[in-house]
Design a protein around this ligand. Sequence first.
Ligand code: DOR
Ligand code: ZN
Length: 375
Amino acid sequence: MSIIRLPGLVDAHVHLREPGYEYKEDFASGTMAALAGGVTMVLDMPNTNPPTSTPERLADKARRAAAKAVCDVGLFVGATNTEGDAYLPVAERACGLKIYVSDTFGSLRIDTLELMHRLFRSWAEKAAQVGYRMDGAARGVGPITVHAEELMLPVCLALSHLYRVPLHIAHVSRRSEIELIRAAKERGVFVTCEATPHHLFLSTDDLPRLGARGDMRPRLATPDDVAALWEHLEAIDIFATDHAPHTLAEKGVGVNELPAAPPPGVPGLETMLPLLLTAVHDGLLDLDDIVTRCVDNPRRVYGLPAQPDTWIEVDVDSVYELTNADLKTKAGWTPFAGQRVHGRVERVVLRGETVYAQGEVLAMQGRGRVLFQGE
Ligand code: DOR
Ligand code: ZN
């Protein structure tokens, strides 16, 4: 047994599904899964039902999270075709603005360049009044985070450049995309990006084995795309899970009648750290690469507060197989089931209190804080 101590991880991209899809996940089950994965802060996406697109809905979501979360939670607002930038009055209470311009789950996809101009312009105007958030301050707004694949990526880079808005690219998966982002960074464009464990450790070669368990957006990419992410690791600011729980029945696994439109997405909160530590064991990463991308950079990109007296203890000698049965997510499955990994989260301490130990969540619901809600 060899225990190391790391800071609590930040997962800057999760879908905790509340309100509207609580049977897939809720703030209690999702944040319990986070602690089990060594994650003490999550940033929750707005594609719930209803979506987090207005001040009232953000306030409602914050109340729900405050009552149930066992780790800290930041909340994104989202732009919609129908409500546009209705979130603007409470932009400072969100960790950032999420805009979807590519195929996704839910109703948040933006269809027109005209609306995209408006969304970037109004965010820039808000930032001109309140600034961009630094170091967890109450004041200021976060970046615009986009789900922008393929040809939509240069569209977002151009808008970010035009309106001088910091842009974060969610879940980069292709060689063409990471090469473009890297070139943009080298020319001084204010852009950051993230990659998920499933895009780093799985490819189209795994699809025959995984079937619907390997379906997400962006889709799994080719082995050459995966190789490109590793080649350009320096350009990847953040590792984030895109934890996107759906039930196996919804994905058409183990049911007689295949669903017409199985929802894309895979759970990831509980498997990210063991997979990354296995990459350290295999010599692909070092521990600093993990801390930089799962703690320091998410804080810098989103201006998140530090979590004092907060750490995780990991047994890096523990070798075991990931299983569905051990998971706390309501979805109850992982595309990595059966994989041997190195590194087990033994204990999680949040603000001085042991909130997780030896497989059990010890925190009371409501122990987590919701970021940026004022008071
Ligand atoms: O695979 C995905 N699942 N990609 C998305 O863009 C959305 C997410 C979800 O919410 O299920
Ligand atoms: Zn997502």
